[in-house]
Design a protein around this ligand. Structure first.
Ligand code: CO
Length: 210
């Protein structure tokens, strides 16, 4: 990728937007009120807006390696707090993807330096679901299932936050957390339809803070 080309692309993009609506950027500058917070992987193949077919202003986006929501990560915790409390998003999405390098790395024995502590959060997901995962003989199927279970556990981490618990309490059906997976091999976005009521029924008494 030629860096100079990016600035040429930008000029072309501005011209295209203004040809359709001369006030496009003026309107964008007025502020944002996205309905969705999307937490996804930094993977260059999983482009949040493009795979969802949404426009600037539609989605508040946070991306990191393997779409993690660590309880002590000030970055993702601040994003959730801002999006839910101030932007008042109606949906929080954690979107994982099959063939995720972060998940793959966490399934292997290797000292990856500063990445070790980040990837340990994924190893903890494996431990929580060890019986199910170890029972899957096919390595690719086990890898794909860990991607899904990681999405599930990161959604649970989202639900542990005070801002999300308050949104559920105050806004009822107007607010929802979703777990999705993007399949890089087909381009398909899949809703995991995670049954949070069932998953949380025994543990919410531990994590409820409001
Ligand atoms: Co990834």
């Amino acid at each position: 990728m030629n860096i100079k080309k990016i600035f040429e692309n930008n000029e072309q993009w501005i011209a295209e937007k203004l040809a359709l609506d001369k006030d496009y950027f003026m309107n964008l500058s007025q502020g944002q009120s996205p309905d969705i917070l999307y937490i996804g992987c930094s993977d260059s193949r999983v482009t949040a807006e493009e795979l969802m077919g949404v426009q600037p202003g539609d989605v508040f986006v946070h991306r990191n390696i393997a779409n993690m929501v660590p309880n002590t990560d000030l970055n993702v915790q601040s994003v959730i707090n801002f999006a839910v409390r101030h932007l008042k998003v109606k949906h929080v999405v954690v979107c994982g993807h099959y063939y995720c390098g972060g998940i793959k790395a966490a399934m292997q024995s290797a000292d990856l330096g500063i990445l070790n502590s980040w990837l340990r959060n994924i190893r903890d997901v494996y431990r929580l679901h060890q019986d199910e995962l170890d029972a899957i003989i096919d390595e690719e199927e086990r890898y794909k299932r860990l991607v899904e279970l990681n999405v599930q556990e990161q959604c649970v981490n989202v639900i542990k936050t005070a801002s999300v618990q308050r949104a559920y309490q105050d806004r009822g059906n107007e607010f929802m957390v979703h777990g999705w997976v993007f399949d890089v091999r087909t381009g398909k976005l899949v809703d995991l339809n995670i049954d949070f009521d069932n998953i949380l029924k025994n543990i919410m008494k531990i994590y409820r803070i409001i």
